[in-house]
Design a binder for this molecule. Sequence first.
Ligand SMILES: NC(=O)c1ccc[n+]([C@@H]2O[C@H](COP(=O)([O-])OP(=O)(O)OC[C@H]3O[C@@H](n4cnc5c(N)ncnc54)[C@H](O)[C@@H]3O)[C@@H](O)[C@H]2O)c1
Length: 338
Amino acid sequence: MNRKQKITKSVVLVSGGAGFIGSNLCEVLLNQDNKVICLDDFSTGYRENINEFLRHSNFTLIEGDIRDYETCAKAVKNVDFVLHQAALGSVPRSIKDPMTTTEVNVSGFVNMLHASQEAKVKRFVYASSSSVYGDSSDLPKLEAKIGKPLSPYAVSKLSNEIYAKNFSELYGIETIGLRYFNVYGQRQNPNGPYAALIPNFILKLYKHEQPVINGDGSYSRDFTYVDNVMQANQLAALTPRDQIVGEKQYLAEVFNIACGGSTTVNEILQRLYKECIKYDSDIESIKPIYGKVRKGDVPHSQADVMKAEKLLGFDPKYDIDIGIEKACKWYWGRLMNK
Ligand SMILES: NC(=O)c1ccc[n+]([C@@H]2O[C@H](COP(=O)([O-])OP(=O)(O)OC[C@H]3O[C@@H](n4cnc5c(N)ncnc54)[C@H](O)[C@@H]3O)[C@@H](O)[C@H]2O)c1
C-alpha cells in the first residue's frame, strides 16, 4: 500500500514540545517543512531542548499551561494536527502527588481535546502509555486486553483513552492514542528522582557512580528508541480514516508503540556497559547496587505491535542494539561538552 509517511507543509501543534519526545517531534517536523507550534510550561521540559528551534521562522513557542483552557484554545487555532505529549510522567511521581498528575494529565488533556474539536483540527494524536495494562500478566500485550491500573498515572492515561473515545463519538473528532512502551533516546532527562532508567544509568556510569537497580534486575521492558515514536506519530496523523476503521462512524483507536522485544533491566545495563566502555574503559569496574522493587512497577511489559503494523504501516526500524548505541553516543557527546 502506498502510504504518506511524513507530515509536510502542515501546521502542527506539539504540546509538551520542550520535553523529551515533544522536542524530537518539533525537530523532525521543522525539518520537513511544517509550521510547528510548541505549547509547554517547562515544568519537566527544558529550554535547552528547543533553543536551536527558536531561531527558525516556522517555530512558535507558546509558554503556557494546559490546565488553562484559553491557552489551549489559542494554541490549536488554525492547526491541522495536534500531537499531544504534555503530561506529568512517572509512576512514582503520581503516587507521591496524585492531585497534580490528575489535574495535568486528565483536566489538561480534556482541555486540549475540547479545544481541538472546537477548532476542528484534522486529527488529535495523543500519548497514552503501556501503564494502562496494569496488573494484566498477559504477554505480549494486546490493545484489547488491559488489566487494572496500578497508579494514578496509569489511571490518568486510561481516562485519556476513555475521553478520546467519548469525544469522537459525541463530536466526531478523530483521535488516536499511542501507548508508548519505555521510550528512550536523545534529550531524555537523566537527572532527578523521576528520571527514566536508561538515561539515569548512562549518567551514573559517566560520573563513575553505581547505578541503582530496583529489585533483582529481572523485570523486563519493551525498550523503544525515540525515532520509532516519531514514525508512529506521523503515521497516526496521516493514515486515512477508512484504512483504520473502514465504514465505522467515528475514529477513536489506540495502538501499542514499541519494538515488540523484551529486555531485562540486567540485560540493558550490560548493553550500556558495552557501549559506554568504548568512551571510558574505567567504567568496567563500576558495579550496580540492587535496591527495593518500586511500588506500582509491573514485572514484565512487552508489546504486540501487529495492530499498528497492519493498520498504520508502523515499521519500528530502530531495534535495541541500534537504539542503545545512538543514545550512548548522544549522551556522551553532550556530557563531555558541558
Ligand atoms: N518517555 C516514555 O517512556 C513514555 C512512555 C509512555 C508514555 N509517555 C508519555 O509521552 C508523553 C511525553 O513524555 P516525555 O517522556 O517526553 O516526558 P517529558 O516530561 O520530557 O515531556 C513532557 C512535557 O510536557 C510539559 N508539560 C507538563 N505539564 C504541562 C502543563 N501543565 N502544561 C504544558 N506543558 C506541560 C513538560 O514541561 C514537558 O516538556 C507524556 O504524555 C508521557 O506520559 C512517555
